[in-house]
Design a protein around this ligand. Sequence first.
Ligand code: SF4
Length: 215
Amino acid sequence: MTIKERYQFVIDYFQEFAPDAATELIYDNPYQLLVAVILSAQCTDKRVNLTTPSIFDKYPDAKALSEASVEDVFSLIKSISYPNNKAKHLVGMAKMLVEQYDGEVPLTVEQLIQLPGVGRKTANVITSVVDEQPNMAVDTHVFRVSARIGLTRNAKTPLATEKQLLKNIPPELVHKAHHWLILHGRYICIARAPKCPECGLQQACIYFSKHYEYV
Ligand code: SF4
């Protein structure tokens, strides 16, 4: 199977079986999504979704959050990983939104990565989820699943994975492909024990052909 055929197989599969793939974070607007994505670093979406309602209730917009004390924010997010840093980042991020963007979330990667707590991955998530921009956020699931299937070859960093995926996925599908790969990694192609026998991508997957060829 050529690399082109492999991509086509994977895209066709997900378009058929996961046409509506989307983030599992619960949010109503770009501000809420940004808060949720910052909180989701090294933390499950499930836990983030349990935490964000109280934040959104107390700080419904960037202005309210910009006026919060770090201690108060910390008390709301202490069940999440790295609460100290994340509380500082949230308040710092909100201050910058108010000072530079009139409280709105900017929608370019270049602007977003200037905000406290926002790296390339978060900026790619925000711009692709909110605006369907063809930006591929590479988290641990996307990195692992892409390598196992063989969508990437010898990609040693998230940026290398991002570049290879962008080269091969049609731009209009990139924002969906991000969710396809994350959800597949979360529920089927899990890190320790991928559920290969029940996976619909067997035919296109290099990992499968190596590990199950003679079974
Ligand atoms: S066949 Fe196995 S390794 Fe390949 S994508 Fe499916 S679960 Fe992952």
